[in-house]
Design a protein. Structure first.
Length: 84
């Protein structure tokens, strides 16, 4: 939450963790988590972080990039094992 001269601005972040040792996060996993964000509203979710102890598939990365480039209110971040 940020205090501004005109009031309060809320910035809501949800983190979804996937503790997988050999399975990569795929586009279906991303779609499932993204659709769940509507259940967390109101207030709206501004950032979704998907963190995994493994990796993301090429298709999942492509889906997230397309989503973020579409200028939507929800921004998705991907944290793989190397980021953690």
């Amino acid at each position: 939450m940020h205090r501004l001269l005109g009031g309060v601005r809320r910035h809501r972040v949800i983190i979804q963790c996937k503790h997988w040792l050999s399975k990569s996060v795929g586009p279906g996993d991303v779609s499932d988590v993204r659709s769940q964000m509507e259940l967390w509203q109101p207030p709206r979710v501004d950032d979704l972080i998907i963190a995994t102890t493994w990796r993301f598939t090429v298709d999942a990365i492509s889906l997230v990039e397309q989503h973020n480039q579409a200028d939507r209110a929800l921004h998705i971040h991907m944290w793989s094992d190397s980021h953690l």
